[in-house]
Design a protein around this ligand. Structure first.
Ligand SMILES: Nc1ncnc2c1ncn2[C@@H]1O[C@H](COP(=O)(O)OP(=O)(O)OP(=O)(O)O)[C@@H](O)[C@H]1O
Length: 223
């Protein structure tokens, strides 16, 4: 399969509540897709299905392969309120899922993701003391350490100021250009999606539309 991911006639019903049905879209390698929609429209549910946490009530998801292995998915949540006394450094936080003994290649990989997420200079700071944007990039760095082919960001810019949002999206744009990283980004921020994403999937009270961001009509959301 040439696509990174294919969604076929996907539907999800909780008890009697149909969240969505008949959802179809594909992610091509290196694509940048925004998932748009009101609160409660089903964005997180879709992500949970893609991650294999929830089983859909109908339809299916097919994951593609890269270099004869199944694609790897990285997940970036919206950063939680990390206590200011949180003891780990940014580097230790990023390495939380890393093997205890790190060989030279792994250490290089850590240095590499720190550089790509613009955290090298502050890698020894305590995460609790970092700004919201730095914390969010630390979550991204943690996900990148596993070398994903597809990165899914769930409302990852929701609590960030405009500068921190731009920094995060610029980091993602660079990874997309230099490494062909495929991006799936759920957001309420339509202007940000216009600026940085190419495609959209729009959950609109049970109806789902897909297309190019440049054709997305913002007034559809406001009407
Ligand atoms: N495990 C569950 N059991 C029952 N209902 C659920 C469950 N998970 C989600 N829902 C319901 O499904 C609907 C879609 O929720 P979902 O969290 O996917 O929306 P969302 O678009 O991600 O919203 P938000 O933008 O607020 O994060 C909501 O009505 C929610 O209450």
């Amino acid at each position: 399969m040439e696509n990174i991911l294919e969604v076929h006639d996907l539907g999800m019903t909780f008890d009697n509540q149909v969240v969505f049905s008949g959802l179809n879209f594909q992610l091509t390698p290196g694509s940048k897709t925004a998932i748009l929609g009101e609160n409660g429209s089903g964005k997180t549910t879709l992500i949970r299905i893609i991650m294999g946490i929830l089983t859909p009530t109908s339809g299916s998801i097919t994951l593609g392969d890269v270099d004869n292995r199944p694609i790897k998915i990285g997940y970036v949540p919206q950063f939680r309120n990390i206590d200011k006394d949180y003891p780990l450094s940014l580097r230790s936080f990023i390495e939380l899922n890393a093997p205890l003994v790190k060989n030279a290649a792994y250490k290089k990989r850590v240095a590499d993701v720190l550089a790509k997420t613009e955290l090298t200079e502050i890698s020894d700071y305590r995460l609790g003391r970092a700004s919201g944007g730095q914390k969010q990039r630390a979550y991204l760095a943690q996900a990148l350490l596993e070398q994903p082919d597809l990165i899914i960001l769930d409302e990852a810019t929701a609590s960030l100021d405009p500068v921190a949002k731009e920094t995060l999206l610029n980091v993602l744009d660079k990874l997309n250009k230099s490494e062909g990283l495929t991006i799936l980004f759920t957001t309420h921020d339509i202007p940000l999606a216009h600026e940085h994403m190419d495609d959209y999937v729009f959950f609109d009270s049970g109806e789902i539309t897909t297309g190019k961001m440049r054709d997305f009509n913002e007034r559809e959301v406001l009407d």
